[in-house]
Design a protein around this ligand. Structure first.
Ligand SMILES: NC(=O)c1ccc[n+]([C@@H]2O[C@H](COP(=O)([O-])OP(=O)(O)OC[C@H]3O[C@@H](n4cnc5c(N)ncnc54)[C@H](O)[C@@H]3O)[C@@H](O)[C@H]2O)c1
Length: 387
């Protein structure tokens, strides 16, 4: 298949490009390097050195001359760029990762909220119009987030909810209650995508993904230049990364609030498996298929305890510290999301194990001197005044 990956320089985009290329697909990548620019502007960087996109693509193509990745630098906000590329390639499938993915960044202030929503919503619209004009039967696989649903007091289904109201019944899109301006951008995207499938007959799969952890895939471990990013900072860092890093340097694991808030998680290998399953099981023309993409559910406190327990196996003494929660989220809540869709397609989840956590902690210990302690604690508050 010809597959176009938007956001191919990202944490997930690069491992996906290598995986699909190694499976024999013709892979095209697009990125505007906006993630690297936000990192530079905010004085943060991934823990392990990440090769430039041009160099790592060159290296991959040298080792895999029959399975080359073709990279195009460009911005989804430039509709002429994406029109031209899509009309030239006419891909069978497009994986759209190319959005600003940080909730805290989107909550810094007006400028960052507007950037996030403009970049994400308009970029996605440009892509929808490009597909409609040049390749209407292309399957668009779009990355969304479990954070769009919020934490409702009912079970979370996969995209839709059958409701009964005043003796009538209907299947409606599942109500959303996003956690941040970033999560809101994904909710807006989903409405635009479902409209485009309904009205123009596009084929769309929306993947509401949980928090991804891990950096090792079959391909990233082949060569230092193939590494993908590990963020622990307060903008792009995720909770498992932060806890493993704090354990490795003997600092207390920092829980925001009481830690009873519950979230969904999955290993990066499972992201790659889900993407491949979504490609093999495309939405039909006119269908807006929603799949929840996660394998496990933990409260933040459960995670902290799990990482503490794993650390003790290698004789690390770990404390847990509670910080005032900078986010606006329910401290305690019901949470029961469904993830049956990928399991039915055959996903065999790779669950979070002590072995994984210990190996993460040991890798971090070896590169301690690269850690910037000033970038770990949260500085962005959901209710900050005057920005
Ligand atoms: N990583 C996670 O845990 C996670 C969880 C749920 C959902 N997601 C979603 O998955 C997708 C990929 O996430 P990630 O962690 O790899 O993010 P990432 O920031 O590492 O990758 C996104 C890439 O898209 C590029 N990009 C952004 N805007 C662009 C534009 N207008 N034109 C071209 N390129 C653009 C960025 O430069 C970056 O390289 C995102 O949409 C994110 O919201 C990620």
């Amino acid at each position: 298949m010809k597959i176009l990956i938007i956001g191919a320089d990202g944490y997930l985009g690069w491992p996906t490009a290598m995986r699909l290329s190694s499976k024999g697909h013709k892979v095209y990548g697009v990125d505007n390097f906006s993630k690297r620019k936000i990192e530079l502007e905010n004085g943060i960087k991934p823990l392990f050195k990440i090769e430039t996109m041009h160099n790592r693509t060159k290296e991959w193509n040298k080792t895999n001359p029959k399975k080359k990745i073709e990279f195009h630098y460009g911005d989804l906000l430039n509709h002429r760029f994406i029109y031209q590329l899509v009309s030239k390639i006419k891909p069978d499938a497009i994986i759209h990762y190319g959005e600003q993915p940080s909730a805290p960044y989107s909550m810094v202030g007006r400028e960052q909220a507007v950037f996030t929503q403009h970049n994400n919503v308009i970029g996605n619209l440009n892509l929808i119009f490009a597909i409609k004009k040049y390749c209407p039967s292309t399957h668009l696989i779009k990355l969304g987030t479990m954070g769009v649903y919020g934490t409702p007091n009912i079970d979370i289904e996969e995209g839709y909810l059958r409701i009964k109201h005043k003796n009538r019944s209907d299947l409606i899109q599942f109500p959303v209650k996003p956690h941040s301006y970033y999560h809101l951008s994904k909710a807006h995207d989903s409405l635009n995508l479902s409209f485009a499938s309904r009205v123009w007959g596009l084929r769309v799969t929306d993947l509401n993904q949980g928090v991804v952890y891990g950096t090792e895939t079959k391909e990233t471990i082949l060569n230092d230049k193939f590494k993908t990013s590990f963020h622990y900072d307060h903008l792009f860092g995720t909770v498992i990364n932060r806890f493993c890093l704090q354990a490795a340097i003997g600092k207390p694991l920092t829980i925001y609030g009481k830690g009873a808030q519950v979230r969904t998680f999955l290993n990066i290998e499972d992201t790659l498996n889900c993407i491949q399953l979504a490609i093999k099981n495309p939405a039909k023309r006119g269908e807006f298929k929603v799949r929840n993409q996660f394998t496990e559910i933990f409260s933040i406190e459960q995670l902290a305890k799990k990482i503490k327990k794993a650390s003790q196996k290698i004789n690390l003494k770990i404390n847990i510290k509670h910080l005032k929660n900078p986010r606006h989220e329910m401290a305690k809540h019901y949470y029961k999301p469904s993830n049956k869709s990928f399991l039915k397609l055959g996903l065999k989840p790779k669950l979070l194990s002590d072995e994984f956590l210990i190996s993460e902690i040991k890798k971090i210990e070896k590169i301690k001197s690269n850690i910037d302690l000033d970038t770990i604690d949260p500085t962005v508050k959901w209710d900050q005044k005057g920005k």
